[in-house]
Write a protein that binds this ligand. Sequence first.
Ligand SMILES: NC(=O)c1ccc[n+]([C@@H]2O[C@H](COP(=O)([O-])OP(=O)(O)OC[C@H]3O[C@@H](n4cnc5c(N)ncnc54)[C@H](O)[C@@H]3O)[C@@H](O)[C@H]2O)c1
Length: 366
Amino acid sequence: MKIGIPKEIKNNENRVGMTPAGVLELSKKGHEVYVQSTAGDFSGFDDKDYHAAGATILPSIDRVYEVSDMIVKVKEPIEQEYGLIKENQIVFTYFHFASNQNLTEAMMRSKSVCIAYETVEDKDGTLPLLTPMSEVAGRMAIQQGAKYLEKPVKGKGLLLGGVPGVPPGKVLVLGAGVVGIQAAKMAAGLGAQVTVLDVNMNRLRHVNDIMPSHVVTEFSNEYNIRKHLKTTDLVVGGVLITGAKAPKLVTRDMLKTMQPGAVIVDVAVDQGGCIETTRPTTHEDPAYIIDDIVHYCVANMPGAVPYTSTLALTNVTLPYILKLADAGWEKACDHDPLLAKGLNIVKGAIVYDPILEAFGWDETYA
Ligand SMILES: NC(=O)c1ccc[n+]([C@@H]2O[C@H](COP(=O)([O-])OP(=O)(O)OC[C@H]3O[C@@H](n4cnc5c(N)ncnc54)[C@H](O)[C@@H]3O)[C@@H](O)[C@H]2O)c1
């Protein structure tokens, strides 16, 4: 199969859909890989690395789409790419269709086969192609939170880990899922006092089992959240109710009870955020202040660390890319029903019901 790797052109997206390691695996199996020149530069891979692994380097994005049977990328295509996608071409990437009607209609018109990373499932119902990005964002939440606690960026002026003779800061983690556990681990590593809240007792048991004793768990309810906010230096929002908007666990009136200069990192911003005062920000202008509380709400945190994120993402996408390349999408999805859950739009038809539900369409919509 001919596989194309275009350079990402969405604002501030520095990742790339395949590393030279992926090119090598595909080339060994007789597939042809076409990489747009400089596509991997921000992730630490230059054209020579891809060429040495067996790729053909093409000068423009148009050529990559033109020659390829399957396009592998990171972010959803943006308007400039809509017209490049061909009938029957497989596009394997994050799409998040339910939040973008223009993209959905454009992909239907293209009559391509759209397989979305975010809906491929594992046997236990988890989403293997989303997990690594939550791991990155959870760890980054503490790195960013610690930074924004510094005075020059309007934080409280507190060193999260403390020093001998001065106690460390307090971190409140909302949600003990992938984001929450990685955030708690990083905060604990810095020596902070960490409290993790969740409504799922099994998650709390797990955290309690694996974390050191300065990470404590409590049930998530308004009473406990209000109690902790008074003394917390850094709040991390990592709550998710699958398929729904995040619940607003911290309301505006609660901000006034917090200490001036405290920081909120709402990782759940992509689902609307679990803090009432959250609004999405970008890496160009990541933080804002409301009621003396610093809010960091970047909707695309992993994009800032492409060296790590590209590897974390491509580690998990490559096995599926190999299946699609070896067998073609129809056979690959027949053999692997969990990969088949990634099928969202096939040759003009929506085959993933939540998209229809999101737009209030019925199955006859075309
Ligand atoms: N901003 C970014 O760049 C970025 C990157 C990756 C993930 N995310 C987002 O981070 C969020 C969390 O992702 P995840 O992979 O950790 O999800 P997850 O499903 O692994 O964990 C979510 C946790 O929230 C808990 N929860 C639900 N209701 C709660 C409540 N009322 N109080 C406390 N906990 C509650 C759940 O029980 C679960 O343990 C998602 O919205 C995800 O899209 C954002």
